[in-house]
Design a protein around this ligand. Structure first.
Ligand code: NVA
Length: 312
């Protein structure tokens, strides 16, 4: 048995991602059918940034697996300020079956994983949001019945956590991933290179385009995300203002009309209607965002049970 973490999307192999997604569908149909945390074992869920869906879905997931979710307020714990990341990892790891952490730098969660001695799950960092991609893939598979070969177009901030996770996670699933983003907000080169490598192995492809229409053309899935990620609040004016470079990448009804007629629309939420997406799209017939939000629960249950069992 090897200690397993989920710090970024490619910490699962393609086969493991498929297994987790299949298990998520099983757990959605039979919510209490796996008691991987029976005892109850404690899972620490730590938030250095705001949360709604992540707190609800992880606490529900842990409870339904037979465990006890312990939510730790990062403002009280002050990880890295009051106590080092490594010391916090050692303390939490002695009393938890797993640690789930939403924080800033990817270096922080890597350090947590290095010292915890139990599985560590990335519940969003500045660089990745891999749990969200599992929920999104579950949602796409429910609607389309397949993942490999589909085209997913993400339009918006190409340098943020969602863009990076779509690149890696959808490439692993054998999809064609297009990122439509201004030239000023390109994905990290290392993430793009890794996604290209995975896509070559899995039969998909990866492209970054600075034209939203070209990115969305014929796509099976259209996704976007806020232009102001957590931690970027000081840039809100320039990112959401009328001169924002993201304005041409807003998912309007006319942009959505460029996609496949049966395309679905996803958004990790929270959404800002009138900025990255028009109300007519997110509240319209192609939107599956409420299924997507619910699927965080099922996907994370499958992930936690997989990591805990693999690491036992
Ligand atoms: N990019 C967003 C995702 C929110 C779930 C953020 O980091 O705030």
């Amino acid at each position: 048995m090897t200690l397993r973490h989920f710090l970024r999307d490619d910490d699962l192999s393609a086969e493991e991602q498929a297994l987790v997604l299949a298990r998520a569908a099983e757990l959605k149909a039979a919510p209490l059918s796996r008691q991987s945390l029976a005892g109850p074992q404690v899972v620490s869920v730590v938030f250095d940034k705001p949360t709604l869906r992540t707190q609800v879905s992880f606490t529900g997931a842990i409870a339904q697996l037979g465990g006890h979710p312990l939510v730790v307020d990062g403002a009280l714990a002050q990880i890295g300020v009051r106590e080092s990341v490594a010391d916090t990892a050692r303390v939490l790891g002695r009393q938890s079956a797993a640690i789930v952490w939403r924080t800033y730098g990817q270096d922080r969660i890597e350090e947590m994983a290095a010292f915890a001695g139990v599985p560590v799950v990335n519940a969003l960092t500045d660089d990745f949001h891999p749990c969200q991609i599992l929920a999104d893939l579950l949602t796409v598979n429910e609607r389309k019945g397949v993942l490999a070969g589909l085209t997913l177009a993400y339009v918006g901030d190409g340098a943020n956590n969602m863009a990076h996770s779509y690149l890696l996670g959808c490439a692993l699933a054998g999809m064609h991933v297009r990122v439509g983003t201004p030239a000023s907000h390109q994905p990290q080169a290392a993430v793009l290179a890794r996604a290209e490598e995975i896509a070559a192995e899995q039969g998909g492809s990866v492209a970054v385009l600075d034209d939203a229409g070209a990115a969305v053309a014929g796509a099976d899935v259209v996704v976007t995300d806020t232009w102001v990620s957590m931690g970027m609040e000081a840039q809100k004016g320039e990112r959401q203002g009328s001169a924002s470079p993201f304005v041409p990448f807003a998912v309007t009804e006319s942009l959505m009309a460029r996609a496949d007629p049966d395309a679905i629309f996803l958004h990790c939420l929270p959404a800002y209607r009138g900025f990255e997406v028009e109300a007519a799209v997110i509240d319209g017939p192609q939107s599956v965002v409420w299924d997507e939000a619910e699927n965080r629960l099922h996907a994370q249950k499958a992930l936690l049970s997989f990591l805990v069992e693999e690491s036992a």
